[in-house]
Design a protein. Sequence first.
Length: 246
Amino acid sequence: MATLYISPESSPLVHAAAAAVLYLHIGAGSVGILSGAAAFVFRKGTPLHRRIGKIFVVSMLIMSGIGACVAPFLPTPERASVIAGVLTFYLVLSSWMAVKRKPGELGKFDHGLLLTSLSITGAGAYFLWLAMQNPRGMLDGQPSAAFVMFVIIGSLAAVGDLRLIIQRGVTGATRLARHLWRMTVALFIAANSLFLGQPQVFPKAVQQSGLLNMPALLILALLLFWLGHTAWGAHKRKRARRLEAA
């Protein structure tokens, strides 16, 4: 596991601070993954779901914020981790704001979200280009496919942010879908960072069994299910209104 390098000559206080940052990052990430999984279990909109959601938001913001700030100062700077941290922070914050604000509400913060998503997409594309210049297709030890993911997610997010601004806010199923996919993708990134990014923390038998791929696949399956459920619910409500009008 990559850790922040501290010179042996540094004071004990500096070493203690570095250790505290590391444990806070790991602890917040663990709480984020567990609370994110729990949020899928409990009924949406209930007080318990909202409380768990707040825990998820706070822990994920701490985890991703630390990751994005520390990654450039690792013994081998990891630009992919910087983008992953910023992207996760952005996804969680924008998802939380989607349900925190009133339906159809729009503010300057939303324009900042669009600028952020465009910056993430641009940075991902630039780093992808750098990785493709490498004969091995790698950048900072990360394959080019990692940066493709950032470009795709950043582009989808930017389209959603632009749509929100053009339509002067989002309501109904669109608002719920914005919340769902952003929270779930953030959880997906966090789970991948643990299960696939740090496989050495698990027993050899688990590493060789293929089980470490299951959390990411399960999260994607849940994302597709809930988006489909949301779309179907919106379709039924629209059909019911049409029948009433007739």
